[in-house]
Design a protein around this ligand. Sequence first.
Ligand SMILES: [Mg+2]
Length: 255
Amino acid sequence: MGVQEEAGAGALPALAPGWAFFLDVDGTILEYAARPDAVRPDASVFHLLSALHRAVRGALALISGRPVSGLDALFAPLRLPVAGQHGIERRDARGGVHLHAFPDEAYRRAAMRIGSFAALHAGLVFEDKGYSAALHYRLAPQLADAARGAVHNAASELGPGFEVQDGKMVVELKPSGRDKGSAIEEFMREAEFAGRIPVFIGDDLTDEFGFGVVNRLGGHSVKVGAGASAARWRVADAAAVRAWLGEWLARYAAS
Ligand SMILES: [Mg+2]
């Protein structure tokens, strides 16, 4: 099944009922593409998420850096509980929307500066997500330092209300104070999630916030791929994640 053993992390926890699933999207349930807008889930992923959401009676949420609107477009017509933009926006298990930050003039100007920088450098992909901005350098890895510098410059002009989030081939500007961990905590206070064992699967630096919260709550933190992590479990890649979720579903869908 592609599970790899690494120092400080086992394979995967034994399957059990009563779980709540928190899933990062890019690099976790879907493979990366050259550009974020080139990622397309196939029908089997759609059916897996849909069936899993039903099997856990609503206790499944996507926890992503993408905006909620982008996640809905990606998985349409499925509308799952989601936290977008690293927890800045969240749609709860009942469909209620929670916003934790609002763009102000200063943020808009900073995002425009990052966008202008991207326009001058072939291979950089700028993504304005509304409440956060991402600069992707997957197509031009030699520009990693320049991209980070541009986003750090924009952040330093904004002051303490904003921070820089590094990721795989991406650097982001976002309001501080919310992260994937705080989003998972908020979901776990909802009736659909409360009392279940949280399972969070993610592959990137921003997912470490979620691993920390899930470890504290006595759940299962699962890191996809190599690299240092606070996660207690490890799985090789997105295909192995989908296979593992499929195994859980096969065993517990009817329970
Ligand atoms: Mg990811």
